[in-house]
Design a protein around this ligand. Structure first.
Ligand code: ATP
Length: 209
């Protein structure tokens, strides 16, 4: 469960103050956040993830007000409870798919059996690439690995930043289906931010910034 109250944010070097609408998502629900380029979608997502701290307002995940946590506690909380699918891929290039997932588990302080890892890679159709290095993967396989890395530790909240903007229609649908399936599997709230109008029909709950 995630909700926000009266969130505002201002980058240090600028005079513009962002004011974000309140969101309130119950367990197992998804939300699509739409908005044109530059409106503040990534900024909002970073506030939800605790990568930025708001000037005012609250971000409440389960019963934790994350903006009140110290930086160290926030890092730990994020590592355990939040899965992030970014536009830029965060895997370590020189390591294999499997080693990247193990590293992700290590940093989140969670455990997963080898058979669970295999099952996830199989669902994402990259099991054959398990022992391949990241720099040997195709773009589509990299995208699937970034989803695997975002969900391997079974986060409560799965946040995706423009996961489909560079994809063709067919792959776009596959990626949204994968995100939804994985969110269901871990009983996570899925929040997707995008300017990609194609994915509107996939989400019941939507807001526009
Ligand atoms: N670190 C920063 N310092 C100052 N201004 C920033 C910073 N990051 C983003 N901005 C500005 O804040 C505004 C919102 O940026 P943000 O990335 O949140 O928008 P967005 O809606 O995600 O855009 P896009 O769809 O193009 O990715 C933009 O005008 C951007 O230039």
């Amino acid at each position: 469960m995630i909700r926000t109250e009266n969130l505002t944010f201002q980058y240090q070097s600028t005079s513009k103050e962002f004011k974000f609408p309140d969101i309130n998502i119950d367990q197992n629900n998804d939300l699509l956040i739409l908005g044109k380029s530059g409106i503040g979608k990534t900024t909002f997502l970073h506030l939800l993830a605790g990568l930025l701290k708001p000037q005012n307002g609250k971000v409440i995940i389960d019963n934790t007000e994350t903006q009140l946590l110290s930086n160290a506690k926030l890092d730990k909380f994020r590592g355990q409870n939040i899965g992030l699918v970014f536009q830029k891929k965060h895997a370590i290039q020189s390591l294999t798919v499997y080693k990247n997932l193990q590293a992700r588990l290590f940093f989140s302080g969670s455990k997963s059996s080898d058979s669970d890892i295999d099952s996830l890679l199989d669902q994402l159709d990259i099991l054959a690439q398990k022992h391949q290095k990241v720099n040997e993967l195709s773009e589509g396989q990299l995208q699937r690995l970034s989803i695997a890395m975002a969900v391997i530790h079974k986060p409560k909240i799965l946040l995706a930043d423009e996961p489909t903007s560079s994809l063709d229609d067919e792959t776009c649908k596959i990626v949204i289906d994968l995100l939804k399936t994985q969110a269901k599997r871990t009983e996570a709230n899925l929040i997707v931010i995008t300017h990609d109008q194609r994915i509107k029909s996939f989400f019941q709950n939507q807001i526009t910034l």
